[in-house]
Write a protein that binds this ligand. Sequence first.
Ligand code: SF4
Length: 355
Amino acid sequence: MAVDSFPARARKISANIGAHYVDKARKLPWRIPPGGNLPDPYHVWLSEIMLQQTTVGAVKAYFEKFTRRWPTVQSLAHAREADVLAAWAGLGYYARARNLHKCAVQITEQMGGIFPRKESELLKLPGVGSYTAAAITAIAFGERAVVVDANIERLVARLFAIDTPLPKGKAEIRTAMDAITPKKGAGDFAQACMDIGATICTSKNPKCPICPVQKQCAAFAAGTMEYFPVKPPKKAKPLRRARFFWIERHDRILLATRPPRGMLGGMRSLPDDGWAAGNDGHARPPIAGRWMVHDNILQHSFTHFSLAVDLAVYQDEKIATDRDSDIWWPLDNIAEAGLPTLYAKAVQWKLKEEI
Ligand code: SF4
């Protein structure tokens, strides 16, 4: 259903979504209630980077932790990258944290600590893609911009029954979102659409009876809500293997600092067999010793592959290593090590196994 042929319907959708937001906006720590002053661009940028591929529920606590510790973009720029990565631990997709720090440094050192207002300028910043640039422009600066995240994509595909499979269908969805985005209040409108997509027009069992745009929804009229958005067939993920090494002496375990580039770069982790460089790891331990190997203690899913992990354990009071990047970390304080989720899961497995 082409949106251009129904301008009155587009206006009605826009008005209903706007009115719904006035009463039903979600209260989120980075938001200003509808119609209020514009929020701090630093808060909008930080929340949008955190929300990439991560749920609102998971992001709230991290947003509050970051803004307590680094209340301005300048303070974040002056932090050590290792501290930012450790504070990010558990949120996943760690390239985001490295780009976050790089971006804060760029804004502080080259732009006097002021975020640019234009999408084209925002797009030049590390870690800022077209969605994030549009969201910052609309929400932080109140400028008209067409914002399309995964929730909005689903909502709009259903409203207009856009049946071109993704990713090709994205262009049509953007055109439709453009047609319903108002000239004023694009930030509130985008956030209203995000809210409806996240809480009403959900992937499974959308709550159409309470939807403010039910009367304008083509998918609802046809009873085909869950058919949209049309996704390409899923490819099976390859399974790769890794081995982690638990090296323990005097109630401390050995943690390594990963090389700055590559997967989980710059983060602390258990020593491993180099699985991140591609395909399977080599399974060879970093030091000679009496190793006990536990096969397949966990599987972890990444975007393009799954990883099956073995854990090799070596406990001896006399172990010594001479690698600069190694740290003997006290086991009773392991939660503070800032381990990425994958390694934190392996640690939890080992600690439970000992009970
Ligand atoms: Fe989504 Fe249902 Fe509303 Fe259509 S009527 S937009 S399918 S919740």
